[in-house]
Design a protein around this ligand. Structure first.
Ligand SMILES: [Zn+2]
Length: 675
């Protein structure tokens, strides 16, 4: 046998042979698979046969299957079991795969084949998911410039290149200006108000720099601790101003970069025949148009207004002076303590990881008619990784790995990933494969891993994404599981979090790890109340980001509106709980919008959009009973099993019998009674 034939990355089956994969396999496998894809591309483009679904779109759907699987494994090992060898292999392999994907979208022979097929009687007869795939594929090629004359194609490539360059300069400035600021304290009396956890974090930060005392920075944990707790108002003001004026002064000024990015995005949209950049981005999403997204945010803004005013008045009443921007978090924290004094840590003993996970499987079982079973002896990338399989009766739907604890060579955060997408075979589907990872507090000193309630929500959230992947019953790989519109993808994940707030569901898993006692009612009630504390302010903050985003990408006109900084400050001021200082320049460090060529640009509204979907869908469950199997089965058949095989708005209607209603979000946030 040749050396290649023994490369496990060339022949990935279910489950993956993690024990056999080494860094030496990675680059050769990717190179070999790039060749395979190139051959397939040539075969589609050069085919002399009459154009059929199978020899054009069907072939395109599976074109990159093997290389995507191999790359998923490589990226995954870099994230969870990193070593210098894996990182080196990854950085060699990744550009090859990126280049391949962009070559496919730019391939003139492929575009010609697709056009020929689109004009054929076969294509005219398509319906359902295959029709949708045809339409979306043609649109994706067009959005990439396939239908443009050569000189415009060149102009588009130039724009894309420059966008990448300027966005990366933007990110560098944010990083550099954030890191350029510090506050070092040698006298502990200056830290009055700060809790001990923040003090020890600052002490460690100082020690890491080889200095004595306490060091504070504009990194989120340090900054938030200052804004919430530090009694010294002048320091809070200094931090607030420094944070919100990042990347607005030389040598890290992003002013020119933002103006250029907006100009380039507008030029790109216009080259492709769109009215503005928001139309280009939102066309394929659930909102469908920039106008619909703007109206959605605006409606929520109006509905949130009265509660927002009330919350702001509450703060003014307890503050001994007019509330400035740097006082908001500080007095809000005082109010929160006075009202609930809920210590996150006190909940941990009731959430041992194994009980939480098993309770979650039980909930999913009752709702969706599935069974989760652990399978031992399956090779993985670390001894603490566990493997489970999901069955529907006797049918194996798929398997997934869980990897819950931090390690030095693992990236932070929590995430889900699909590794293998099952496809239809004669008597069903081949199994899907996926994973969930987290960085939860590991077991210590004889105690099991104990989670905060926020951790519990995270575990449920990622499991929702995983169910979307594993329960998929979609013919085409490109439409399977989580390959859905950005403003729809968080519905299956976010809806699962709701069960973490229901007594009946909590009773299935929340029990003291030593005594087995259920979560005390008093703790549960305080938890529920704290959930909606200052919900209007939280919501308005998200709305202000979304509204500013759409304003910049839809209506901002430099000739009419002047400089971007002043324009954004004005938009945000209307939605802010306190006056914004004259040096306020939040937009200059808004990486969601400007840190990459597209990113969340014209898409920040998606956060709220998805929240409406999950709150409204959960209301359907609340009405029928949170364990109602009929409602669960409908959620599975309309949403979880259908990926992107149908317009998400229709999928939602198939589940709920109507369109989503924003009232559910307001109700859950405790904001409805004031409307
Ligand atoms: Zn998510």
């Amino acid at each position: 046998m040749s050396k290649q034939a023994s490369n496990p990355l060339l022949n990935l089956g279910y489950p993956f042979p993690f024990g056999e994969i080494t860094p030496e396999h990675m680059v050769p496998a990717v190179k070999k698979l790039v060749q395979l894809c190139n051959q397939r591309l040539r075969a589609i483009a050069g085919s002399q046969q009459p154009r059929t679904f199978e020899n054009t779109l069907g072939a395109l759907d599976t074109l990159t299957r093997e290389i995507d699987q191999a790359m998923t494994v490589i990226a995954h090992l870099k994230e969870t079991a990193s070593s210098p060898e894996i990182r080196a292999a990854h950085s060699q392999a990744e550009p090859l795969v990126i280049a391949l994907h962009s070559r496919i979208l730019l391939h003139t022979g492929l575009w010609k084949a697709l056009q020929e097929f689109a004009a054929s009687p076969d294509a005219a007869a398509l319906s359902g998911p295959r029709r949708r795939y045809l339409n979306k594929t043609m649109a994706a090629f067009r959005r990439n410039g396939a239908a443009l004359p050569l000189h415009k194609k060149r102009a588009l490539r130039k724009i894309d290149l420059e966008l990448g360059r300027v966005a990366s300069a933007f990110s560098d400035n944010v990083l550099d200006s954030t890191n350029a600021y510090e506050w070092v304290v040698e006298n502990e009396q200056e830290l009055a108000g700060l809790p001990s956890s923040a003090r020890s974090m600052a002490r460690d930060a100082a020690a890491a720099k080889g200095i004595t005392g306490w060091r504070f920075t504009l990194q989120a944990p340090s900054y938030e601790a200052i804004m919430k707790h530090l009694d010294d108002r002048s320091v809070r003001e200094r931090f607030y101003r420094a944070y919100h004026s990042r990347a607005s002064l030389p040598p890290f000024d992003n002013g020119v970069n933002i103006a250029r990015i907006i100009e380039l995005r507008r030029a790109k949209a216009s080259l492709l025949g769109y009215a503005d950049f928001a139309e280009l981005v939102i066309e394929e999403r659930m909102a469908k148009s920039g106008k619909a997204a703007s109206e959605f945010l605006d409606r929520l803004r109006v509905q949130t207004g009265p509660a927002f005013q009330r919350e702001n008045t509450e703060l003014e009443e307890i503050a001994p002076h007019p509330v400035e921007a740097w006082d908001v978090l500080y007095y809000a924290e005082k109010l929160r303590k006075a009202r609930f004094d809920l210590d996150e840590e006190a909940l941990r003993p009731y959430f041992p990881l194994d009980r939480v996970v098993n309770g979650m499987f039980q909930i999913a079982g009752r709702l969706f008619g599935i069974r989760v079973e652990e399978r031992t002896g399956v090779p993985a990338w670390h001894p603490s990784v566990r493997f489970y399989e999901i069955f529907d009766g006797k049918d194996l739907l798929g398997g997934f790995y869980t990897d819950w604890f931090p390690r030095e060579n693992k990236r932070p955060g929590a995430w889900m990933d699909g590794m293998l997408t099952g496809s239809p075979v004669r008597d069903g589907f081949t199994p899907h494969l996926g994973l969930m990872c987290g960085n939860l507090t590991p077991p210590t000193g004889g105690r099991p891993a104990l989670l905060t309630h926020r951790d519990v929500e995270t575990v449920f959230h990622e499991f929702g994404h995983l169910l979307h992947h594993l329960l998929s019953r979609v013919e085409l790989r490109s439409q399977s599981g989580t390959a859905v519109a950005w403003d729809f993808v968080e519905l299956p994940s976010q809806i699962m979090e709701n069960w973490c707030w229901e007594r009946e569901a909590l009773d299935l898993f929340a029990a003291h790890y030593e005594t087995g006692d259920p979560l005390p009612e008093d703790l549960f009630q305080r938890m529920r109340k704290a959930q909606t504390f200052r919900a209007a302010n939280q919501q308005m903050r998200q709305l202000s980001f979304g509204i500013m985003d759409l304003a910049l990408h839809r209506s901002y006109d430099p000739a009419r509106d002047g400089g971007i900084l002043a324009y954004c400050r004005q938009v945000q001021q209307a939605l802010s709980p306190a006056p914004l200082p004259e040096d306020f320049a939040m937009v200059n460090s808004f990486s969601h919008l400007f840190g990459s060529p597209v990113g969340y640009a014209a898409g920040y509204y998606s956060y709220k959009w998805a929240e409406v979907l999950d709150a409204d869908a959960f209301k359907v469950f609340l009405k029928a009973g949170i364990f109602d199997a009929t409602t669960g089965a409908r959620f599975r058949s309309a949403i979880l099993s259908r990926g992107d095989s149908e317009d998400p708005a229709q999928l939602y209607r198939d589940f709920a019998g109507r369109d989503p209603d924003t009232a559910a979000l307001l109700e859950r946030a405790g904001l409805l009674q004031t409307v």
